[in-house]
Ligand binder design. Structure first.
Ligand code: DLL
Length: 433
């Protein structure tokens, strides 16, 4: 049994949800056709008109939208509403090319905050809770999204934003924060710092965490849960689709329910674009059903994932997505082999190391090199070279069996790898520079 923010929708029958999606899709396609010339042209090129879309079974007829389209249409080319009807923008940092700038009407913000409120309630949040939002505020969607959701639930909201770790811990203790919202890497860092301060999990008032914005492994979840003495819930989203709250985890902690009244999810083969059946791994594609200002149809996220409609013990009927395994553009191709940072992380955590690592890829004499720098904890620190070599070899063997290629592991002293207050920087690929 779980608690819900909007039970009539979160627990609606699959048939009701499907009907809602059918109706909303037809309306959204018409909205886009009439108001977004860029999209209309793409539909024309594919020979599809609004009349061809009668429901979700016709979704595959629509063209995909990619990050490249967002770049070409930057900044106003995909807007579904006049600027005067918009009240906010949010944006991503975008490591390559232009930033993504997303627009919101007041209605868009309202629905986005509902999605975040659903996530907080699914993590056990009520109006009795003190919710510390340590995601960055500003153009990044994490802070504003969870802040809005926390207000809707009626939690006492502490908008600390990210950074200033000592002050974060002071607020957690002094104001008795019960829910923490931040990136998983920052949660791990907060846990590490609290441990150093001599705080044990029973001295920390937190009971739940809502962590997302980057890939994190099941092993990392266990680690954070143990250090902070909390239940750690995953939350997923992207700026293009409003921000956090596209999907969220429930008490079962086995994947995230997609808010299907607002988004349709598909899994496609990233190479061919073919729609794959439920349960197959592929690229996640979303269609936004209710967004007015920045409506995206069949947007390719580049996140690699699996969907499942298996009945969930929490009572929600929304389809679930597994933890994304990484992005197709995060995936490293090293000596022809596909490698995800999450695989490297799993080896480390399974061997008792914290998730403080950096992957360095380079090309030497036309051959790719893969180096993994791994930080030792203060407890495991030693300067005995023989011992260090032994541990490095053990990790290298683990990497070889997980990845199928060899990696060079270098153990480094505690606190050598820079901590992140937002999304962690895991990979330095020198080949691209
Ligand atoms: O990261 C929105 C967000 C904020 C989600 C706070 C959750 C919490 P962007 O900066 O646009 O938006 O980055 C979106 O981050 O395509 C995924 O690759 C990755 N991502 C987001 N959440 C998760 C997650 C926000 N729970 C991109 N697990 C997405 C794995 C995630 N990857």
């Amino acid at each position: 049994m779980g608690r819900y923010y909007q039970p009539e929708i979160e627990c609606a029958s699959v048939e009701t949800l499907k009907k809602m999606q059918d109706e909303r899709l037809v309306k959204q396609v018409r909205h886009v056709w009439e108001n977004v010339p860029y999209y209309r042209e793409k539909m024309d090129q594919k020979g599809v008109t609004p009349e061809d879309i009668k429901g979700t079974e016709d979704l595959h007829k629509l063209p995909f939208l990619t990050k490249e389209d967002l770049r070409l249409a930057y900044p106003y080319g995909l807007m579904g509403k006049p600027l005067k009807d918009c009240v906010r923008i949010q944006s991503t940092s975008g490591t390559t090319g232009k930033r993504v700038v997303a627009f919101y009407t007041q209605h868009d913000i309202d629905l986005w905050e509902d999605c975040c409120a659903r996530a907080i309630v699914a993590a056990g949040g009520t109006d009795e809770d003190v919710c510390q939002v340590s995601y960055g505020y500003g153009l990044f969607t994490g802070g504003p999204g969870l802040n809005g959701g926390s207000h809707k639930v009626g939690c006492l909201t502490i908008p600390t934003s990210s950074g200033n770790t000592e002050r974060q811990i002071m607020f957690i203790q002094d104001l008795q924060s019960t829910i923490l919202c931040c990136t998983p890497s920052y949660a791990a860092y907060l846990g590490e710092t609290m441990k150093e301060m001599g705080l044990t999990p029973d001295q920390i008032p937190l009971k739940a965490g809502i962590f997302g914005a980057e890939a994190w492994s099941e092993e990392m979840r266990q680690d954070i849960q143990n250090t902070l003495g909390i239940k750690a819930y995953d939350i997923y989203g992207l700026t293009e689709l409003s921000g956090p709250g596209v999907s969220f985890e429930c008490s079962e902690q086995t994947g995230m329910h997609i808010n299907e009244d607002h988004f349709i999810a598909e899994i496609i083969d990233p190479n061919t674009g073919e729609v794959l059946p439920e349960g197959t791994k592929g690229e996640l594609v979303f269609t936004s059903l209710t967004k007015e200002a920045f409506p995206l149809l069949r947007y390719r996220t580049r996140d690699i994932c699996v969907l499942s409609r298996k009945k969930c013990s929490c009572g929600r009927t929304f389809i679930k997505m597994a933890k994304p395994m990484g992005r197709s553009d995060d995936m490293l191709i090293i000596r022809g082999v596909n490698v995800f940072p999450s695989q490297i992380e799993a080896v480390l955590i399974n061997s008792g190391y914290p998730a403080n690592y950096q992957i360095i890829v380079d090309r030497v004499k036309n051959s790719d090199t893969l180096d993994v720098q791994v930080e030792m904890t203060p407890e495991m620190f030693t300067d005995n070279m023989g011992e260090i070599k032994k541990r490095q070899s053990a990790l290298e063997a683990g990497m070889r069996s997980m990845l199928g290629i060899s990696a060079k592991v270098v153990l480094v002293a505690p606190k050598t790898i820079a901590r992140s207050e937002g999304k962690a920087v895991r990979v330095i690929d020198k080949r691209k520079i």
